[in-house]
Design a protein around this ligand. Structure first.
Ligand code: NAG
Ligand code: NAG
Length: 192
């Protein structure tokens, strides 16, 4: 009789342990499938953004600064190994005093030895209108001496969650003396 009682209590303990682990597993779900509507995602749309990117490397208030370079960078015709960090203004028009719509915060680096080819890693951080506080992430190759350069938009935040698309960059002005440049950007993105 005593033996069957202790067997019963062992059985109850096992059942309780199983139940408990089942409950905790449920409250810590690692992944699940959800509907886009549960995140408020209704219809995907395509947006076109047009602005000018000001890369100011000279003067008392540069917006693009050298942060690192290789030993051989200065002797390389393409400045291979140079890394520049930017907080470049993005404006509606090409003039320096034109209305600010955001900043290009990121890094570009010289990644090609034989030609001019930059690696661009940029967050386009917008501050205007309904896109204020939203960002687009750009990651691509910028052959700056080509007429139009295409770079992928790999993601975004805020109004640009789930963004994907591309940017077309076209140099508007390049001052060969100072190195300052104004680049026209046309960005096409799918987002919700
Ligand atoms: C390379 O050139 C830059 C800009 O002209 C200069 O500031 C830097 O001191 C040079 N570095 C070396 C290692 O020569
Ligand atoms: C953008 O948002 C920031 C923070 O919420 C706010 O301070 C700023 O005034 C806004 N700018 C515009 C142009 O709406």
């Amino acid at each position: 009789m005593a033996k069957s009682k202790s067997l019963t209590s062992i059985f109850i303990v096992i059942i309780l342990t199983l139940l408990f682990s089942f409950v905790t597993a449920k409250s810590h779900t690692f992944h699940r499938t959800i509907s886009p509507l549960s995140l408020g995602l209704k219809k995907e749309k395509l947006s076109h953004l047009h602005f000018f990117f000001h890369d100011i490397v000279s003067g008392p208030e540069p917006t693009a600064v050298r942060v690192a370079q290789a030993r051989m960078t200065n002797t390389s015709s393409s400045l291979f190994g140079l890394l520049v960090m930017t907080d470049d203004p993005l404006t509606m028009g090409p003039e320096p005093g034109s209305k600010l719509v955001g900043k290009a915060q990121g890094i570009y680096g010289s990644a090609a030895q034989k030609e001019t080819g930059l690696l661009m890693i940029m967050n386009l951080a917008f501050t205007e209108g309904k896109y204020n506080g939203s960002t687009l992430s750009l990651l691509g190759r910028n052959a700056v001496l080509s007429k139009v350069r295409e770079m992928p938009i790999v993601g975004g935040s805020g109004a640009f969650r789930f963004a994907r698309g591309y940017a077309l960059a076209n140099t508007h002005m390049l001052d060969f003396k100072t190195g300052d440049a104004v680049v026209e950007y046309n960005v096409y993105v799918f987002h919700y």
